[in-house]
Design a binder for this molecule. Structure first.
Ligand code: 6PG
Length: 471
């Protein structure tokens, strides 16, 4: 009996996705560059062995899948995807679908689709989030492609996806690069979320002098409130863990230098290219870069040792509550930015990304899953593309939460504790709610030195200033 679907690349994500597919009753033909890995995977599949067809060559893989064949690629993003498509193409027909499920740059997805000719298989760019666990038991799946190709893969994607109150967390979000673009922004938001959590941890650790276990308890408590989310939940768990070798809290033996594979950076770059402010995401990416400057930071710490980092004064439970509300406010602003970038890209590329559906399929399965995303989905109901900060429910929330964020950022600044993402979120909020900003001065300067012209508040047209009159 032939397989319903194929999967190439049995790394952590690919292997778990294949098991997930098999567990949901679909037969899956699998291929990996190293043949031993393919057989080892099959041998270890236990009860799911019968649903898995191990293939040693791409030709064998193609033969073992019922036409028209859907084939998932779960290989390293970048050149490996192009190589795999080229190697696979000779064995496929026009009706087949190659589905790139890696963390591809959406520009590559658009290019790959263009490069495939009229007689080549169709191409689908699919963002998958949820890490190892998600891949195995239900990820969030963000698809970019044609409605026809989606209709063909929808049953299996629906089956393997995470469910939020019974609703599948897989959806078609637009044509060509839309799915991978949404995944990129998901990762940008993930960076911002993680950075803001780390900043709050820094305030609790360095400003208040709390131990990891104590901080863990605070996050655990917050996980029962409006901040309830996977990232807060694992933060509490991580802070409670003990290093087996030393008996010290696990977080204390980890080097403070964050890795990054590029998707967060892409999110910031795309926001910049679109001219849409995503300062929370940008700050988070930059903070990872600063974290990587360990040697320089050690030198600077010595050079500025006399400035110290004073402990925060007057911090009681009400300040801990302010940290909770402040984190929520920062999160709202960062998500508002991420969704604004998706709305902007959607217009720019004619993608029609449904923001409500995007929020819905992030409610379960993915790394940023949370109860909060259900509120975001409601705010975008009816096809609204307005900034989240203008949605009535969030206006109410921000009225109180922004005051807490201000308190947190101000106290941290006075103590010399860095809060780049929280501060960026606050400044974005304050700039966004300012009916008359300060760019009139920038326009005057631009006109002064470059005769760039400006608009007047009192009449239509382009004008120049009386700069030559001033000596
Ligand atoms: C997910 C994650 C996953 C990974 C990102 C970010 O949604 O499952 O986003 O894709 O965490 O690639 O990785 P880095 O932090 O290494 O950039």
């Amino acid at each position: 009996q032939q397989a319903d679907i194929g999967l190439i690349g049995l790394g952590v994500m690919g292997a778990n996705l294949a098991l997930n597919i098999a567990e949901n009753g679909y037969r899956v033909a699998v291929f990996n560059r190293t043949v031993e890995k393919t057989h080892a995977f099959h041998q270890e599949a236990g009860a799911l062995k019968d649903k898995i067809i191990p293939c040693e060559t791409l030709e064998e893989l193609a033969k073992n899948i019922r036409a028209p064949r859907p084939i998932i690629l779960m290989v390293k993003a970048g050149d490996a995807v192009d190589e795999q498509i080229a190697a696979l193409k000779p064995f496929l027909a026009k009706e087949d679908i190659i589905i790139d499920a890696g963390n591809a740059n959406f520009h590559d997805t658009v290019r790959r689709l263009k490069e495939l000719g009229a007689n080549d298989p169709t191409f689908v760019g699919m963002g998958v989030s949820g890490g190892e666990e998600g891949a195995r038991h239900g990820p969030s799946i963000m698809v970019g492609g044609t409605p026809e190709s989606y209709a063909r893969i929808e049953p299996v994607l629906t089956a393997i996806s995470a469910k939020y109150e019974g609703e599948s967390c897989a959806a078609l979000l637009g044509p060509d690069g839309a799915g991978h673009f949404v995944k990129t922004i998901h990762n940008g938001i993930e960076y911002a979320d993680m950075q803001m959590i780390a900043e709050i941890y820094g305030i609790l650790r360095d400003g208040l002098g709390l131990s990891p276990a104590e901080i863990g308890k605070i996050f655990d408590k917050w996980n029962k409130g409006p901040l309830n989310s996977y990232l807060i939940e694992i933060t509490a768990k991580v802070l409670a863990a003990t290093d087996k070798e030393t008996g010290k809290p696990a977080v204390e033996i980890i080097v403070d230098s964050a890795g990054q594979k590029g998707t967060g950076r892409w999110a910031a770059i795309e926001a910049q290219m679109l001219g849409i402010p995503a300062t929370g995401i940008e700050a988070a990416v930059a903070a990872r870069s600063i974290s990587a400057l360990g040697g320089e930071r050690a030198k600077a710490a010595k050079a500025y040792a006399s400035l110290g980092t004073p402990k925060l004064a007057g911090t009681d439970q009400s300040f801990i509550d302010a940290l909770e509300q402040g984190l929520l406010a920062g999160k709202i602003a960062a998500y508002a930015q991420g969704f604004a970038v998706m709305a902007g890209a959607s217009t720019e590329h004619g993608w029609n990304i449904p923001l409500d559906t995007t929020a819905k399929i992030w409610r379960a399965g993915c790394i940023i899953r949370s109860q909060f995303l259900d509120e975001i989905a409601s705010a975008f109901t009816g096809g609204s593309q307005d900034n989240l900060l203008l949605a009535p429910s969030f206006v109410e929330r921000m009225k109180t939460a922004s005051t807490a964020l201000r308190d947190v950022v101000a106290k941290a600044a006075l103590a010399g504790l860095p809060t780049p993402a929280l501060a960026a979120a606050l400044s974005y909020f304050d700039g966004y709610r300012q009916a008359r900003g300060t760019a009139n001065l920038i326009q005057a300067q631009r006109d002064f030195f470059g005769a760039h012209g400006f608009k007047r508040v009192d009449k239509e047209g382009d004008f120049h200033g009386p700069w030559s009159d001033v000596s």
